[in-house]
Design a protein around this ligand. Structure first.
Ligand code: COA
Length: 330
């Protein structure tokens, strides 16, 4: 019997209108456009001025539904990857369900930081592969500007706001769909990239605000070293597990944290730069949104085609990292 797989059958994305350039950041912190571009690859990022993470996701999902020609009430499940949920609870998946009118869907959030989308697509794939659910919406969205300290040059230059979404549906042609996925975590990484305030460890108080515990902290240099290794290793592993070489890959879809990490991953896979999706220059690091934002932009430009081999790869806080091998289905 042919294996039941999950295929990506539609994509959508959204970024807010307001652009924040490197030059604007020069007015806020001791930095400069040249440093940011050469050290990270980022020229500008988008900022959501009003609203929450779910408001970034709604237009992304509406684009996806239009592309697929279905209505929200046909969705069975919503998996929402984010580290900037609208609230601790209810889940942003439930907020989104209500906003788009996905009446029969159940939903939950996944917290895996920059690997959130890769984690969510792995989970969503398995919901479809059981045969229990036919239309699983996987969203990656973050309003990173809501947890950034715009006096900390180590972090505020890196991140932006955005959303992307894919629809997973069953496919039985034995060829296309999500072919393989591999996830990793290493909790010892928790010392290097975190936001310590607001949870049960440090409930919000005057003190947590004074100590700036409600902002992202990152030891960039330490994270950089393991991110390069983690993303390159897992990408190489997924190629090897599937008897692929760089020559078989049509697109690497890497998490967009730093252009130098992306370049190192592509080199390790033996990939030409022309096969790597890169939009970090326009959006910075949008955390859970980077990969679906790339997928949707490239698909809308007609550059993703049926039968192509895509490797999605990420590294993020936790540490968390992973890769997904997709044979594009439409
Ligand atoms: N503008 C100007 N100078 C800056 C700066 C900024 N925005 N941020 C840091 N610097 C300075 C540092 O203070 C340091 O100065 P010093 O040598 O006098 O101490 C110098 O630039 C080099 O800093 P360093 O931290 O070594 O830079 P880097 O090359 O490691 O780049 C990051 C910093 C954050 C861009 C990089 O480490 C990175 O991308 N880390 C990983 C991010 C990531 O993958 N996260 C996981 C997913 S979210």
């Amino acid at each position: 019997m042919t294996k039941l797989r999950a295929a990506i059958t539609a994509v959508g994305h959204h970024v807010p209108e307001k652009v924040m350039t490197n030059v604007e950041l020069e007015k806020l912190v001791d930095t400069n456009d040249e440093w940011i571009r050469t050290r990270t690859g980022i020229s500008e990022r988008r900022i959501l001025e009003h609203g929450a993470t779910s408001d970034l996701a709604v237009p992304a999902v509406q684009m996806l539904l239009k592309n697929r020609g279905i209505t929200a009430d046909e969705i069975d499940a919503i998996i929402f990857a984010t580290v900037t949920p609208d609230m601790f609870f209810p889940a942003t998946a439930c907020v989104l369900q209500q906003k788009i009118g996905a009446k029969k869907a159940f939903g939950f959030d996944i917290s895996a930081a920059c690997s959130g989308f890769v984690y969510a697509i792995s989970v969503g794939t398995q919901l479809v592969e059981t045969g229990a659910y036919k239309k699983v919406l996987v969203v990656g969205a973050d309003k990173m500007s809501s947890i950034l300290d715009y006096t900390d040059r180590n972090t505020c230059i890196l991140f932006g706001d955005g959303a992307g979404a894919v629809l997973l549906e069953p496919i039985t042609d034995g060829v296309h769909g999500v072919i393989d996925h591999k996830l990793y975590s290493d909790g010892s990484g928790g010392d290097f990239l975190y936001m310590k305030g607001g949870g049960s460890l440090n409930p919000p108080s005057h003190e947590t605000i004074e100590k700036k515990l409600h902002y992202i902290f990152q030891d960039g240099k330490s994270v950089f070293k393991v991110a390069v290794m983690g993303m390159a290793d897992v990408s190489a592993e997924i190629l090897q597990r599937n008897n692929l070489t760089g020559a078989d890959v049509d697109w690497l879809v890497p998490h967009q944290a730093n252009l130098r990490i992306i370049d190192a991953t592509a080199d390790r896979m033996g990939l030409d730069k022309s096969k790597v999706m890169i939009n970090i220059n326009k959006y910075g690091n949008t955390t859970a949104a980077t990969i679906p934002l790339c997928l949707s932009e490239w698909w809308h430009e007609g550059k993703v085609k049926k039968g192509q081999n895509l490797i999605l790869a990420s590294f993020g806080a936790g540490y968390t990292w992973g890769a997904v091998y997709v044979k594009w289905a439409y």
